[in-house]
Write a protein that binds this ligand. Structure first.
Ligand SMILES: Cc1cc2nc3c(=O)[nH]c(=O)nc-3n(C[C@H](O)[C@H](O)[C@H](O)COP(=O)(O)OP(=O)(O)OC[C@H]3O[C@@H](n4cnc5c(N)ncnc54)[C@H](O)[C@@H]3O)c2cc1C
Ligand code: FES
Ligand code: FES
Length: 479
C-alpha cells in the first residue's frame, strides 16, 4: 500500500511554502525522512502530501552571519554539523549532540531541523540548542515569525508550528572566548541509542574564573527539555570547585521530573542527571570538554567526497502514488526509469521494481543497516528513504560494487576472513566498509568500529568483520 498520495520535490522555498498553504494539515515537509517515514509506517502521522526540500540549493549551509549569529539551514544534517569546524570551535555542545545521534548512515540523512520539529524530549540537538539559547524562523505566506526555542515546545512531540509553516532558519550566538560548553548523553548503548538522559551546559566566566552566567539544559526528564535554574543560580559568582560542582549537580537532579519507561526508571534518570551534570562541569573545569569528539578531519562520515547536497533546477516535480510519472535515476552506472514506485521506499523500489535484492529489508526502521546503499555518494539507509527522493540521483547498491567482474577488495576480504555466515547483514556491512575505505584508506580500529556501528550482525560476530576491513585496507595499500 502507498505510504502517501503525492510526493512533491520542490526546487525553491517559495514552492514549499505555497504547497504548505494549499494542503495545510494534509502536508508535511520531508527532509531526511528518518523520523517521518517511521511515524507514517506506524500511523502516528498520516500526511497524504509530502514536500521534499532536500534539493533546494543553499539550505544545507552552516554560516556565521553578518549579524554575528551562527545560522543553520533546514537541510543541515547531523553528519555535517558534527564535522563543522565552526560548530566544533564555537558551538561545541551542538557538534557533540549531532555526533551522538544514531550512526553514520542515519546522520548523513537526518537533519537538525527534523530533530527539532519531531519534538521528542529525548532528542539530542534540542538540549544542546536550549543551552545555546537558539531561535527559529518559522515561515508561511503570512510572513516570518521569530520563535525562541524555549517557546517552541508545548508538550511531548508538540510544537507551536502551524500546518502552513516551515522552519527556514536556526540561529544562536557563538560561544565567545569567556564561555565554555559541553554536551553529554547517556543511552543504553554507545550508538543508535535514544537518550535515557542528556545534558548540555554553557558557562560564562570573568577574568578571575568566577562564573557570571550558567545555562544547564536537561533532556528526557520532563515532557519538554527543561533548564535547571536552581543549579544555574548555585554556580553564579563562584569558581568551579568540587563543592560548587556537587551542589549544582544535586540541584539539577532535583529539577528533573522523569517518568519510568523502558529505557530507565525515574530514579535511575534522576541519578544520571546528577552524574552527567557533575561530569560536564568537571570536564569544563579541566578545560577538556571535547569528551572524545573526533576532529573534523578524523571524523568518519561515510559521506565520500560529497561536500554539499546536489540540488535540482527547474519546476517542482510531482510523483503521485497512483500516477505514472517515472522516477529517473542512475543505478549502478545505468540510467533507469521506474514507474509504479512513487508511493514506496527506495528499498522496495530497488528490490521489487529493479530486482536488486542485494539490499536487505532487516528491520525497516533504521536500526540494522542491512539496507545500506550509497545515494549521491553517501552511505544511506534505503528503508528510510522515499523512492521519489531518488529522482535525479545516483545510487550504488551492492550489485554495483564489483568492477569488470572483479569483486571489490572489501568483498574479497570478507570471503578470505570468513566474515560471512548467513550473509543477510553482509551487503550492508560491505557498503559501509567500502565507503569508509574510500574516505579514509587507512582507518584506525576505532574508525572501523564507528563506520560499522549502524550495521548489526547476529551470527558471525564482529571480530572477523573488523579483521576483513583491516585486511582490505592493507590490500589497498599494497596495490
Ligand atoms: C534508528 C534511529 C536512531 C535514531 N537515533 C537518534 C538519536 O540517537 N538521537 C536523536 O536525537 N534522534 C535519533 N533519531 C531520530 C532522527 O534521526 C532525528 O530526529 C532526525 O534528526 C530527524 O531529521 P530528518 O531530517 O530525518 O526529519 P524528517 O523525518 O524528514 O522530519 C521529521 C519531522 O520534522 C518535520 N520537518 C523537517 N524539517 C522541517 C522544516 N524545515 N520545517 C518544518 N517541518 C520540518 C517533518 O515534517 C517531520 O514531521 C533516530 C532515528 C532512527 C530511525
Ligand atoms: S536499517 Fe534499513 S532495513 Fe534495517
Ligand atoms: S552473517 Fe548472518 S546476520 Fe550477519
Amino acid at each position: 500500500m502507498a505510504l502517501w498520495d503525492v510526493y512533491y520535490t520542490v526546487t525553491n522555498l517559495d514552492d514549499a511554502i505555497r504547497l504548505l498553504r494549499e494542503h495545510k494539515e494534509k502536508a508535511r515537509i520531508v527532509a531526511g525522512g528518518t523520523d517521518l517515514l517511521i511515524e507514517m509506517q506506524n500511523k502516528v502521522r498520516t500526511p497524504s502530501v509530502l514536500i521534499d526540500v532536500t534539493r533546494v540549493g543553499g539550505l544545507d549551509e552552516i554560516r556565521m552571519g553578518l549579524d554575528g549569529l551562527i545560522h543553520i539551514g533546514p537541510m543541515v544534517t547531523h553528519a555535517q554539523a558534527a564535522a563543522s569546524p565552526l560548530l566544533q570551535e564555537q558551538a561545541l555542545p551542538l557538534a557533540q549532540a549531532c555526533w551522538w545521534v544514531g550512526a553514520p548512515a542515519l546522520r548523513n540523512r537526518g537533519t537538525i531541523m527534523g530533530n527539532l520539529v519531531t519534538a521528542s524530549p529525548a532528542n539530542d540537538t534540542i538540549t544542546a540548542l536550549r543551552a545555546l539559547r537558539a531561535s527559529l524562523i518559522l515561515r508561511s505566506e503570512r510572513g516570518d515569525r521569530i520563535m525562541p526555542l524555549s517557546d517552541f515546545y508545548t508538550g511531548v512531540r508538540r510544537t507551536v508550528l502551524e500546518p502552513d509553516e516551515m522552519v527556514v532558519d536556526l540561529t544562536f550566538a557563538p560561544l565567545n572566548e569567556n564561555q565554555r560548553g559541553v554536551y553529554l548523553k547517556l543511552g543504553l548503548r554507545r550508538v543508535l541509542a535514544i537518550a535515557v538522559t542528556n545534558v548540555a551546559i554553557v558557562l560564562t566566566f570573568d577574568e578571575n574564573r568566577n562564573i557570571t552566567g550558567a545555562r544547564i539544559a536537561l533532556g528526557s526528564v520532563a515532557p519538554t527539555i527543561i533548564r535547571a535554574s536552581e543549579a544555574e543560580a548555585a554556580l553564579k559568582g563562584t569558581p568551579l570547585s568540587a563543592g560548587s560542582i556537587a551542589e549544582a549537580a544535586n540541584r539539577a537532579a532535583q529539577a528533573a521530573r522523569p517518568i519510568d519507561d523502558v529505557r530507565g526508571s525515574a530514579w535511575f534518570r534522576t541519578e544520571e542527571v546528577r552524574a552527567l551534570v557533575q561530569r560536564g562541569l568537571e570536564a569544563i573545569q579541566m578545560d577538556a570538554p571535547r569528551l572524545g569528539l573526533p576532529e573534523p578531519d578524523a571524523m568518519v562520515r561515510l559521506g565520500g567526497k560529497a561536500k554539499r547536497l546536489p540540488k535540482l533546477c527547474g519546476p517542482t516535480i510531482a510523483h503521485h502514488a497512483d500516477g505514472d510519472e517515472p522516477i529517473q535515476c542512475v543505478v549502478n552506472g545505468e540510467n533507469v526509469s521506474v514507474q509504479g514506485a512513487n508511493g514506496k521506499t527506495l528499498l522496495r523500489m530497488l528490490r521489487e521494481d529493479l530486482g536488486l535484492t542485494g539490499s536487505k529489508p532487516g528491520c525497516e526502521e533504521g536500526e540494522c543497516g542491512a539496507c545500506t546503499i550509497w545515494l549521491d555518494g553517501m552511505a544511506t539507509l534505503a528503508c528510510l528513504t522515499p523512492a521519489p527522493r531518488a529522482h535525479g540521483a545516483r545510487i550504488t547498491t551492492i550489485e554495483g560494487l564489483s568492477k569488470d567482474g572483479e569483486l571489490h577488495p572489501v568483498q574479497e576480504a570478507f570471503i578470505k576472513e570468513d566474515a560471512v555466515q548467513c550473509g543477510y547483514c553482509t551487503p550492508g556491512f560491505v557498503m559501509s566498509a567500502a565507503k569508509l575505505l574510500e574516505e579514509i584508506p587507512h582507518p584506525t580500529q576505532e574508525q572501523i568500529k564507528t563506520a560499522l556501528s549502524g550495521n548489526l550482525c547476529r551470527c558471525t560476530g564482529y571480530y572477523k568483520i573488523i579483521r576483513a576491513v583491516e585486511a582490505a585496507a592493507m590490500a589497498g595499500s599494497k596495490n
